[in-house]
Structures are given as C-alpha cells and as structure tokens.
Design a binder for this molecule. Structure first.
Ligand code: SR1
Ligand code: MG
Length: 425
C-alpha cells in the first residue's frame, strides 16, 4: 500500500497486496471469489483518465461468475498525477448505480460493495465483455449495442423526471447529485468551455488544424450556440444523467451490453447523455478508414436515437394511462387526450433531439482540440489522414453549432455526416 500525503485520514491507494487483503476481509466478497485469497488473480485494467481499476478472478475463472471489478478513486487524475482531485467520485458512481439499477436492470453491472473511507467501489466483473470503443476500433460489430444504450438512457432518465414523479421526489432524488461538483466542474471546463477559449489544456494537430480551431473560438454563431448549451447543461435539471456516456463507458459481449462509469452523474438535460454517445459515434465515423465501419457508425446513431425515443415515449404513455403522479404534462391533462399526448411527446422529443445534436457537436470538438482526445483518431498512424479526418469532423461540428438548422433532426444529421465523412474518406 502507498501512503498519499494529500489524502484524508484513513485513505490509501491500494496496490495488489492491499486489494487482496481488502477483499479477503469482506466476507461476502471473499465468498463470491471463493477458494483462498492467495489463488485470486488480480490484473489492472485501468482505461479511463481518472481511477485505478482491477479485475479479480476468483476460484472460478471459467466465466461462470465469481469475479469482481475493483475500482478506487485516486487523489489525482490517473493520467496526470499533478492534477489533484478530491476522492468522492466513486461515491457518486455508487449512488448513481443505486438510483438507476432498479429501472435498468442488467444494463449496468451489479453493485457489490462501496467503502466510503477508501473510496473503493466493487461491482460485478464483466471479464467476458470488451469496451465498445476498443471493439469498434478493431472493426467489430455489435448490432444491438446502440439500441441497448438508447434503451438505457430512456429507462435511466425517465423515472427521475417530473414526468414520472412529483417535483418534491425529483428534488430529493437529484439533490445529492447536484453536489457532484468536482466532476461537473471537469465537464463544464473540458467539454463546455475550454475549446472555445485559448487554454493551456487544449491541444491539436498544429499547424494543420489551427484555422479551424480559431474558427471554433471566434465564429459568432458558434459562440451563441455554446452559450445556450452551457446554460442548458447548468440550468435544465430535467433528469439524472450518467454524465460521461461515451463509447468507453459501454461494455459489450455477443449477447449483452452494460453501461459503466457513472461517476459524472449530475442533474441535467437528457440530450447531454444522448449527445455524448452520438458525438462519440460521429468521432468513430470520421476516424474510420473503410466504408463498412462508417456505415455501421451511421446505422448505430439511428438505432440509438430510435431506441431512446421509442422507449422514453412508451414509458411516458404508460405512466399517463396509469394516472401517474408526475407534475409535468400531468396525467390529469393528458390521460383522456391521446392526440394531445402525442403532440406533447413530439414537442419534447424535438427539444431533446436539438440538445443531442448540439452536445454531440461539442463532444466532437472537445475530443479533437481539448484536453482529452480519443484513441479512434490517436491511433491513425498517417498524420495526413488524421488531419483530414479530424478537420472534416471539426468542420461538421462547427457548422452544426453555427447554424443549428443545418441538421434539424437526427435523420438530417446522419445524412449530413455521411456526406461529409465520405467526402474526406
Ligand atoms: C480529466 S478527466 C478527462 C475526461 O475523462 C473522463 O472520462 C471525462 O470524459 C472527462 O472529460
Ligand atoms: Mg469514465
């Protein structure tokens, strides 16, 4: 175990021996792993920017169960030890899992344990799954994954809105997550602000992309949209969000899709979760060098959106017909007005769709000129090809923000993205 001077009393970052001792001293976890602690196999699989993550195989290493995933907050950003950070993020992830799992079932991993002193979260091991981003980069295809993510967003958000609950219950549910200041600050800075100002955290392929990076900072239409989306993110407390729903937060197997890493959970507009997922599919689309991969990315944007919209409006319809207690679009107004309900649903879905497209564009921009880039592009060895594809992605994102009418729907976005990506293939 390593002592960390900045850490609160009781906290230490656990190494392999520490993890083994931690698990051995928790009877339910030790029983799940089975056998003796000395036989447990521990391997680090940290992939995100923030935390240490390990998979632990127990006595049964044949995939029939028994493994756990061990995640611990570090007192700094994992990929930048000079960037100090409070530890509370695994606590927010545990709270998010508790809040959404009753509604989404096996679309998240099962939560097994949370330790508030060591900021350790233990969940079921997904050792038969791969990270969707990595799988897509290898040319894999998971035809149901995007649909599952869309269903997840609908099932995780709808029950936390005032469509489903009285406002007092929503307020109580969202309140703890509105204190997720550390990671919300990261989103506000890295996603919503930095790419639109000169900042030392920003970086891009210079000088090739200097021109488009300057347009992003200076275009009046872009500035107007960014201001609006900053306000949407910070003031539209529509639902409980996952908050970081990129393709690295999704794990897939041949038969199963799980959404992980809810540590950025926050109240916000539903289109933010949708937009981050769509934005990462756009990034993948532009990074791909072959037509089949591009077709799959476009197909998945459509499948995601259709699954989200269908599931969300169905949950809403059922709640209304049952005379639900939600305070907005109250059942008392719409239970006997099927046409009015359909119109109301259409109005709201158009609003979420517009948010989705704008946040998707912002995700594309921040992953190319901001602090945290994506391997989809970073692993393209030919710099000229990388510049061309990143430039095309940035140009699309910029146009979407400068003139939101250029893609008024997800269907229009798919058409536009197809044309732009194929142009630069
Ligand atoms: C310093 S954290 C950078 C990024 O990694 C996380 O996954 C979030 O996407 C965050 O913006
Ligand atoms: Mg993450």
């Amino acid at each position: 175990m390593t002592d960390t001077p900045e850490s609160p009393a009781g906290y230490r970052t656990l190494d392999e021996a520490g993890i083994r001792a931690f698990l051995a001293s928790r009877p339910a976890l030790a029983a799940r792993l089975g056998g003796t602690p000395g036989t447990w196999r521990i391997r680090e699989v940290s992939d995100g920017n923030l935390n240490n993550v390990f998979l632990v195989d127990g006595a049964q290493v044949d995939g029939t169960g028994g493994g756990v995933c061990f995640k611990q907050s570090l007192p700094h950003v994992r990929v930048d030890p000079n960037w100090k950070m409070p530890l509370d993020r695994t606590g927010f992830e545990a709270a998010y899992l508790h809040a959404v799992r009753p509604h989404v079932g096996d679309l998240t991993p099962d939560i097994l344990h949370f330790d508030p002193d060591l900021y350790v979260l233990v969940v079921e091991s997904l050792d038969r799954h791969v990270v969707l981003r990595h799988g897509l980069m290898r040319g894999g295809d998971w035809p149901d994954a995007a649909r599952a993510v869309g269903t997840f967003v609908a099932r995780a958000t709808f029950p936390t809105t005032t469509l489903a609950l009285p406002f007092e219950d929503v307020s109580r549910l969202l309140e703890p997550f509105s204190r997720n200041h550390t990671l919300t600050r990261i989103t506000v800075d890295l996603v919503l602000t930095d790419p639109y100002r000169v900042h030392p955290r920003n970086h891009w392929l210079s000088p090739a992309l200097d021109g488009i990076a300057a347009r992003i900072r200076t275009d009046p239409g872009v500035r107007r949209s960014i201001g609006r989306m900053q306000a949407r993110f910070l003031t539209c407390r529509q639902a409980l969000l996952h908050g970081d729903l990129h393709t690295g937060s999704v794990m897939v197997s041949d038969t199963d899709t799980r959404i992980i890493d809810g540590e950025f959970a926050t109240p916000g507009p539903i289109g933010f979760d949708c937009g981050l997922f769509v934005g990462n599919l756009l990034l993948h689309l532009f990074a791909m060098g072959n037509a089949a991969g591009r077709d799959r990315a476009l197909r998945d944007i459509g499948r995601f959106w259709t699954a989200f919209r269908d599931e969300f409006v169905d949950l809403w319809r059922v709640a209304t017909l049952r005379g639900g207690t939600g305070d907005s679009y109250a059942a008392s107004l719409f239970r006997d007005d099927a046409t009015g309900l359909l119109q109301a649903q259409d109005d709201m879905m158009r609003e979420v769709e517009a948010d989705t497209i704008a946040f998707a564009a912002m995700e594309v921009i921040r992953r190319i000129v901001g602090y945290a880039h994506v391997p989809d592009f970073d692993t393209i060895p030919d710099i000229v090809a990388r510049v061309g594809r990143q430039g095309a992605a940035l140009s699309l994102a910029c146009d979407l923000l400068a003139d939101p009418k250029s893609a008024p729907s997800i269907a229009a976005l798919i058409d536009l993205a197809r044309a732009r990506a194929c142009d630069r293939a």
